[in-house]
Design a protein around this ligand. Structure first.
Ligand code: ADP
Ligand code: MG
Length: 287
């Protein structure tokens, strides 16, 4: 590859909103065989909203007060919902985030737990009888969280995040370019499958803990494939570094952008097949 042609390529990409940190990344993009995409904030808009809540006013008050201490997008949705419903927030005495599972808080001497099935099982909360409702929400592509107060089940909150309008087209183009497309998420299997179906992805790796995301990328590399990782979150940073090409969503966190080799402005997923197209055109011209 001549330095001049690489410069022309990265320049062309930049004009479209694809920012390569260096020319070598454009060359490596040409070799990609697989692409892993994070779900929340990458495939979806990352602006979740509460769609359903089961529980009484006290349950909502404790739930929302606990979530106020969390930086997770799911927490933001719950806090907004409680605010709209004129809930008074109460002081939190202790707060603990359990990555990939949920949160734990102490409020007015009560133990509040919010999160997935695993979190409830780990704390011996009996959720039987509510599992069906949970499954129903998940099948609709919603993230459903359980609430327990002092070890007793007290409610369910379901949150939905819509896919980006251009996501199906972007996935289609990536497949046409011969890439294996994989979705990676900490969310549960059913929710992940429902979202994947909406965008045309048939390979899903779900319920991955934040610290395991990079390992999943390594597993794909161990199959002898050159792989790109696309993500927006702090959680995605190690996987972005591990991948042969890390692609950050421009609307994502600063940490992800710093960890990546490429940033796509505005989070427009169509810029990913475009970046690949530019890399092919650039490298082909060199021969
Ligand atoms: P993602 O990869 O979609 O960002 P995470 O690994 O951050 O997922 O979270 C995985 C799961 O843990 C969520 O789907 C949810 O069930 C639970 N969870 C995470 N954070 C919270 C929170 N603040 N409140 C309740 N549940 C949470
Ligand atoms: Mg994300």
């Amino acid at each position: 590859a001549t330095p001049t042609s690489i410069m022309v390529g990265t320049g062309r990409a930049a004009e479209s909103g694809i920012l390569f940190k260096g020319g070598e990344h454009l060359e490596r993009t040409h070799q990609l065989q697989a692409i892993v995409l994070d779900k929340t904030g990458t495939i979806t808009k990352g602006k979740p909203e509460v769609t359903d809540f089961y529980g009484d006013t006290e349950a909502l008050q404790l739930l929302a007060s606990a979530e106020k201490g969390s930086e997770h997008p799911l927490a933001g949705a719950i806090v907004a919902y409680a605010t709209e419903n004129d809930i008074d927030f109460v002081d939190v005495e202790a707060f603990n985030a359990i990555p990939g599972h949920g949160i734990q808080a102490e409020i007015a001497g009560k133990q509040v737990l919010v999160g997935n099935r695993k979190l409830m099982i780990d704390h011996q909360v009996d959720i039987e009888g509510n599992d069906e409702k949970l499954t129903e929400f998940e099948t609709e592509g919603k993230t459903a969280m359980l609430l327990a107060i002092d070890g007793m089940y007290r409610g369910i909150v379901a949150v939905a995040d819509t896919i980006k309008e251009t996501a199906p087209q972007a996935i289609k183009e990536l497949k046409e370019q011969g890439l294996e497309v994989i979705m990676l998420t900490g969310d549960n299997e059913r929710t992940a499958e429902a979202i994947a179906k909406q965008v045309g992805i048939d390979h899903v790796i779900a319920q991955v803990l934040p610290e395991e995301k990079a390992d999943k990328v390594k597993e794909i590399q161990a199959q002898g494939k050159k792989v790109a990782m696309v993500g927006d979150g702090v959680n995605d940073a190690p996987a972005l570094v591990t991948a042969d090409i890390g692609i950050a969503i421009g609307t994502g966190t600063e940490v992800a952008i710093e960890a990546a080799d490429v940033t796509i402005l505005g989070g427009e997923l169509l810029l990913i097949p475009k970046a690949i197209k530019i890399s092919h055109a650039t490298i082909r011209n060199i021969r």
